[in-house]
Write a protein that binds this ligand. Structure first.
Ligand SMILES: *Cc1c(COP(=O)(O)O)cnc(C)c1O
Length: 416
């Protein structure tokens, strides 16, 4: 026997670093009827989405479109399309998603030089810049905000050094775009990847990317060699430098997103409705206002956590504004606290990975989840659950401290 009753989705407050809650208007857009992928109404939605993405990603690049798949689909598409067997790649890593970049670059046959820093810190840019000068890598691949440790790496000086040394800078900005400033062009980023389920507040399933003409030149070169159009290798067709993935071949995807509309895979129409609506809502709110809302709710959350008597993990000077990492107090079972929050209060917060599992909790303040009521609700319930677990706290002070932050800052009329 099997169960044919409909699935009942419980109402949750999601305070993780993704997936996060989604604006009902995005969910509504996603329930619209299907259009064919060459229907002019649909192709004009594709063009409109590219235009909105350019604004979101703060770029004048011609190419800004989503890859179908989760964020790592965008990362794989970018990396496997740019990197060839034997290319030198530098990956400075300060958390789990740095390790993901190393793995994907290795799978593409790159000679990967990785440098790591202690989890909870980021790099002094000089260290990376010196490495770039010495190594002169074809690509520097790095994460902007690593959700596993809750840290954010300043990128502008690194971007400038890449440009000066003829290296390409490819950035995973999955956790930062639409939550805090990411200036693709101003920071000399050549290829940038983001995702939908973090600060964009759209369901998981697409990865918007953008890349400039430096990367486009590599795509064109590889394609013309594959087609035998380049004379420097005896003008015969040579598939040895062909992009190893069909699904993630950026030159083919670019042809599909260009006016030529060359067929590739079947576009995920409902996801695109959701992405368009999500990005439209972000730009309607305004990027600056949105970043300010993220900062305010983060500040209230941090004030509440500290007033309660808990401590934050990591170097505060490079804290990722969209994720707050909290040290689990001595003697408290972190997973048991998370389970009780979910089972009794319907609130989800996250643990972390590898060396940090069992040591920290992570609370996300991203997109539609990043609201005053969510922050206050989370603080109040976390206090109740911790008391239940026998923790020693400054009872009642968490919410009050957060309320003080809101009271002071609401005077300046930031909407929460
Ligand atoms: C969440 C996250 C990803 C995850 O990618 P998915 O494929 O969408 O799970 C990648 N990079 C960073 C920095 C992230 O925070």
């Amino acid at each position: 026997m099997y169960d044919t009753r409909p699935f009942q989705v419980p109402k949750r407050t999601i305070m993780t670093p993704g997936p996060v809650e989604v604006d009902p208007r995005v969910l509504q857009a996603m329930s619209s009827s299907i259009l064919g992928q060459f229907d002019p109404k649909f192709t004009s939605l594709m063009n409109d989405t590219m235009e909105l993405l350019r604004h979101l990603l703060q770029t004048n690049n011609q190419w800004a479109f989503p890859i179908d798949g989760t964020s790592r689909a965008g990362i794989e598409a970018m990396i496997c399309s740019v990197i060839e067997e034997g290319d030198t790649v530098l990956v400075p890593s300060f958390g789990r998603f740095g390790s993901l970049l190393i793995e994907i670059c290795e799978r593409c046959g790159a000679n990967v030089y990785s440098i790591e820093c202690e989890w909870g810190q980021v790099f002094d840019p000089e260290i990376i810049i010196n490495k770039i000068k010495k190594l002169r890598p074809k690509v520097v691949a790095m994460v902007h905000g690593d959700t596993s440790t809750g840290r954010m790496q300043p990128l502008k000086e690194i971007g400038y050094a890449c440009r000066e040394n003829d290296s390409l800078l490819i950035v995973d900005a999955v956790a930062t775009v639409a939550g805090t400033d990411v200036k693709t062009d101003e920071w000399y980023i050549d290829g940038l990847i983001t995702g939908t389920q973090k600060c964009l507040s759209v369901p998981s399933g697409m990865a918007p990317i953008t890349y400039n003409e430096r990367i486009e030149a590599i795509l064109s070169k590889r394609k013309s060699i594959e087609k035998g159009l380049v004379t420097d290798i005896n003008s015969t067709r040579d598939v040895s430098r062909r992009i190893r993935s069909n699904y993630f071949d950026l030159s083919q995807l670019q042809d599909y997103w260009s006016p030529a509309r060359l067929n590739h895979h079947t576009e995920a129409t409902s996801m695109l409705y959701g992405l368009y609506e999500g990005v439209r809502l972000i730009l309607e709110e305004g990027l600056e206002k949105r970043f300010e809302r993220h900062r305010l709710n983060e500040r209230a959350l941090v004030a509440g956590i500290e007033a309660m008597g808990l401590s934050l993990f990591g170097d505060n000077s490079c804290k990722l504004p969209t994720v707050t990492c909290i040290n689990i107090p001595e003697g408290i079972d972190g997973d048991s606290v998370r389970s009780m929050l979910l089972d009794d209060f319907s609130i989800e917060i996250a643990s972390s990975f590898g060396p940090l599992h069992g040591k920290i909790w992570r609370i996300g303040t991203m997109g539609y989840s990043c609201q005053k009521s969510n922050v206050l609700h989370t603080l109040a319930c976390l206090e109740a659950v911790l008391l239940r677990h026998g923790a020693k706290l400054n009872v009642g002070e968490g919410c009050q401290a957060a309320l003080d932050v809101y009271k002071n800052l609401e005077k300046t009329q930031i909407s929460t």
